[in-house]
Design a protein around this ligand. Sequence first.
Ligand SMILES: Nc1ncnc2c1ncn2[C@@H]1O[C@H](COP(=O)(O)OP(=O)(O)O)[C@@H](O)[C@H]1O
Ligand SMILES: O=c1ccn([C@@H]2O[C@H](COP(=O)(O)OP(=O)(O)O)[C@@H](O)[C@H]2O)c(=O)[nH]1
Length: 255
Amino acid sequence: MPHPRQDETHMTTELPWRRILLKLSGEALTGNAGFGIDAEVTGRIADEIGDVVARGGQVGVVVGGGNFVRGSQIAASGLDRVSGDHMGMLATVMNALALSAALAVRDVPSRVLSALAVPAVCETFTQRAALASFEAGQVVLFAGGTGNPYFTTDTGAVLRAVEMGCDVVMKGTQVDGVYSADPKTDPSATRYDHLTHREVLANGLSVMDATAIALARDNRIPVIVFSIGEPGEFVAVASGNGRATLVTVDDAPAA
Ligand SMILES: Nc1ncnc2c1ncn2[C@@H]1O[C@H](COP(=O)(O)OP(=O)(O)O)[C@@H](O)[C@H]1O
Ligand SMILES: O=c1ccn([C@@H]2O[C@H](COP(=O)(O)OP(=O)(O)O)[C@@H](O)[C@H]2O)c(=O)[nH]1
C-alpha cells in the first residue's frame, strides 16, 4: 500500500489514501434482523467514518439498497424490472438518509446527493456540488447508484470514484476479501491478499460485478474488498492495515 502523503493543499494526512470512496452494501446497515436499518449498526459505521475523517481522510460513500429491495428480485417475482430497479434506487436513498442522520448526531458534516432526483428529500447529484462538499470537509453520501436501471451500486461506486478523483474504492461487504470461489457456498475457497483487475475478471471472481471492475481497471482505480461487519475494519483498512484483498492494475501487456 502507498505511504502517507500530503495532498495538494499541503494538509498532511496520516492515511495512505487522501480521498476514499467507501461502497457499503445495504446489508451492512442491517442488524440481526437481516432486513432494513439497525440504528446501532449504522451508528457504529458512522463512528468509523468520523474516525477516518478525523485522521485527515475525505470520504465519499455509495450505499447499496439490498437490505430493502433489489431490482432482480422484483423481476424474478414476475414484476417489471425497471420498476424494481427504481425501487432499489429509492432504497439506497433511504439508507443514505439514515447514514447522514447518524453522522449528524456525531457532529460529522455530510451531504446526501442522489443520482435519482428526489428533490423533496435531498439534493440531486452534480459533480460540481459533490466536489465542493469534499473541499468543505463534508462526507458525501452518493445515493441512487448511477441513476439508471440495470446497473448496480458497485458500478455507481466506481463511477463516482472516477468522477471525484478518488484514490481508492473500498468495498465493505459481508466477506473479508476476494476468494477463489464464493466462500459462503464453497468452504474450500482460499482468500487472496492481492489481485489485479484482470485476474478478477478472467477468473470470474464475482465479489463485485464485472462492469464495476472493468471501469476501475480502465481508470486505474485500486479496489479494496473488506468486511464491513467487522468492527474497526474500515478504519484499519483506510489506515493501510486490516484484513482485505487489494486489487490493483496490471501493467503487463496482455498475453
Ligand atoms: N470470489 C469471491 N470472493 C468473495 N466473495 C464472493 C466471491 N464470489 C461471490 N462472492 C460473494 O459476493 C458477495 C458480495 O457481493 P454482493 O452481494 O454484490 O455484495 P454487496 O451486497 O456487498 O454489494 C459476498 O458476500 C460473497 O458471498
Ligand atoms: O445504478 C443503479 C444502482 C442500483 N440500482 C438498483 O438498486 C438496487 C440496490 O442496489 P445494489 O443491489 O447494488 O445494492 P447492494 O447489493 O450493494 O446492497 C439494485 O438491485 C438495482 O435494482 C439500479 O437500478 N441502478
